[in-house]
Write a protein that binds this ligand. Sequence first.
Ligand code: UFG
Length: 330
Amino acid sequence: MTVLVTGGAGYIGSHMVLALVDAGEDVVVLDNLSTGFQWAISPKAELVIGDIGDQELAARVISERGVNAIVHFAGSIVVPDSVADPLGYYSNNTVKSRALIEVCVHQKVPHFIFSSTAAVYGIPVGNPVYEDSDLAPISPYGSSKLMTEWMLRDSAAAYDLEYVALRYFNVAGADPQGRSGQSTPRATHLIKVACQTMLGQRDHMDVFGKDYDTPDGTCVRDYIHVCDLISAHVDALMYLRGGGHSGVFNCGYGEGYSVLDVIKSVEKAGGKPIDVRDAPRRAGDPPALIAGADKVRAELGWQPQHNDLDKIVEGALAWERHLQLRNDAA
Ligand code: UFG
């Protein structure tokens, strides 16, 4: 029984690989290393360097390793980039996922877990937003992921396949044992940018919009620790193996923090203020996005352990320091 993790060299995928090998699972990673890092992959997992859209390669990996579950992380993840390059996002996130799902079906892999996103909701009518809320993505990123959810839904109806799609809210933090974290140097995510600013790698950071209809005018998000997100994937795998049926689940804590709340937390963790500047709104940003997260607890038995923004930020900052030392030494 081997689990195939696509994108296992990336931020979230590498944490999944750690959790699986820690649980004694055999793991093969398929990653083209376009944004991920070989060093981020547990040495206990096998790495195959290649593209998820390469059906011949994926089929070979699945049949040779006896893969019986696929956890699919590989993809492009930056909302504003997707606005600038929609066709690139549809190619990477939708077309290649279709290719992978087709191989999964042909190879009779029974279980598929998919990294989806809260971006499928677009600007929700109300918060928290639940799984049966309207799906109206406002970015090509969200659309590209939603189309994959639909391909999975329709494939599960037609073939012998059960899937779980996990809709991530804002993933942050790092492995508490310091083995992995968000390592993409030009990452655009808020906590990463604020930590880089704290460490002097950026001379300032921007707040994209202070005129939203939110308590302090900045966007509100539900920040989930990467380890809790990963435990939802492990729960999903156990659920599917135990005969659970296909479904879609939000992954967040159900609590919102503003951009300014996050910056305050980074300043607390770093012990000094950072240079923060007002900037115009960023394309594709909904004002507030908070998970209705009852279903993942009730049906997958998810029990988060790291619901604490300050702790999430401290972990992210510690990881950023580690990366800095690593890069200085290189
Ligand atoms: N932000 C800043 N300054 C920065 C970076 C971010 O003000 O330098 C703001 C953004 O405008 C946004 C908030 O911080 O309001 C969070 O932005 P991130 O880039 O950290 O994350 P996103 O909210 O864009 O992305 C997340 C998830 C996606 C999800 C998307 C939905 O990563 O999976 O929310 O909008 F799809």
